[in-house]
Write a protein that binds this ligand. Structure first.
Ligand SMILES: Nc1ncnc2c1ncn2[C@@H]1O[C@H](COP(=O)(O)OP(=O)(O)OP(=O)(O)O)[C@@H](O)[C@H]1O
Ligand SMILES: [Mg+2]
Length: 244
C-alpha cells in the first residue's frame, strides 16, 4: 500500500430506509487529480461523506496513510489532512464574517490571531477575494460563498482535497480562475463535477459512479482542447460547437 494514501476498503453502505448504495467498494487516492462523475443520486456526495466520517459504513473502512480511521483521534487526524469542499457552501460556512470563517481553522490549530489573519488574507487574495474579509458571509452570492468555502479549506494546506461540485454557481471567469488555482495545487484531489470540460481541464483520470460501482474512464479520452470531443463511454456536447 502506498504510505501517503487515502483509501476506501470494501465499503458497504445504505442510507436509512434506502436500498444498498455501496457493497464492498474499493477506492484509492494517492497522487494526481482525479474526477468523479455520475448521475444525480448515484452516491458521489455520499462517498465523500463516508471518507470524511460524516456517514458510517456498515462494513469496510477508511484508511489514511495506512491508519484505519476508527476513533475520534483518527477522525481528527483525517480532517486535519483532508480538505473537503461541501457541495452546498452553506454547509461549510458558519461564522458571521468571511475573515472569521477563513481564520477559524488556523486559529483552531493554534496560530496566533495575527498569523491566522495574515494566512487568511493571503488565501483570499489568491482566490481573487480582495476586500471580502469583513463581508457578512450570509450576504454573499452563491459563487462568492463557494470561493470563501474553498478558502477555508486551502488555508489549512491539506495533503488531500475532496471537492464536491466546485464550479457550481461560478461564472466563466471565476471558473477559469479556479482551473488555474487547481492547476497550481500539487495535492492529490478528487473532484466531483457534472462539467466534463472542467474535469478535462483539471484532472488526468475520471471515474464514473454507476449503481454503486466505480469505473475508470479511459484516460486517453480526456482533452484540454478549447472545444469538446466525445469522451469515451460518456459522450458530451456543446451547443453551437461542432464535435470531431
Ligand atoms: N441522509 C440521507 N438519508 C436518506 N437518503 C439519502 C441521504 N442522503 C442522500 N440520500 C440518498 O442517497 C442517494 C445518493 O445521494 P448523493 O447525495 O450521494 O448523490 P449524488 O451522486 O451526490 O447526487 P447529485 O449529483 O445530485 O449531487 C440519493 O438517492 C439520495 O436521495
Ligand atoms: Mg452530490
Amino acid at each position: 500500500m502506498n504510505p501517503s494514501c487515502l483509501r476506501l476498503k470494501k465499503i458497504s453502505f445504505a442510507h436509512p430506509s434506502q436500498p444498498q448504495l455501496f457493497t464492498g467498494l474499493d477506492f484509492e487516492l494517492s497522487s494526481g487529480k482525479v474526477g468523479l462523475i455520475g448521475q444525480n443520486g448515484s452516491g458521489k456526495t455520499t462517498l465523500l461523506y463516508l471518507i470524511m466520517g460524516l456517514h458510517q459504513p456498515v462494513a469496510g473502512g477508511v484508511y489514511l496513510d495506512e491508519r484505519l480511521i476508527a476513533s475520534r483521534d483518527d477522525l481528527r487526524y483525517l480532517r486535519r489532512h483532508v480538505g473537503f469542499l461541501f457541495q452546498d457552501a452553506d454547509d461549510q460556512l458558519f461564522s458571521p464574517t468571511v475573515i472569521e470563517d477563513v481564520a477559524f481553522g488556523p486559529l483552531n490549530l493554534g496560530d496566533s490571531p495575527d498569523v491566522a489573519r495574515q494566512k487568511s488574507l493571503d488565501i483570499l487574495n489568491r482566490l481573487g477575494l480582495i476586500g471580502f474579509e469583513d463581508r457578512l458571509t450570509h450576504n454573499l452570492s452563491g459563487g462568492e460563498k463557494k470561493l470563501v468555502a474553498l478558502a477555508t479549506i486551502l488555508v489549512m494546506q491539506p495533503r488531500f482535497l475532496l471537492l464536491d461540485e466546485p464550479t457550481n454557481s461560478l461564472d466563466s471567469a471565476t471558473r477559469a480562475r479556479l482551473v488555474a488555482i487547481i492547476d497550481n495545487l500539487d495535492v492529490p484531489m478528487l473532484i466531483i463535477s457534472h462539467d466534463w470540460d472542467f474535469l478535462a481541464q483539471t484532472t488526468s483520470q475520471v471515474y464514473s459512479l454507476d449503481h454503486g460501482h466505480l469505473h475508470l474512464s479511459e484516460t486517453k479520452c480526456l482533452h484540454t482542447h478549447p472545444h469538446a470531443h466525445a469522451h469515451g463511454d460518456h459522450p458530451h456536447g456543446h451547443s453551437g460547437l461542432a464535435h470531431d
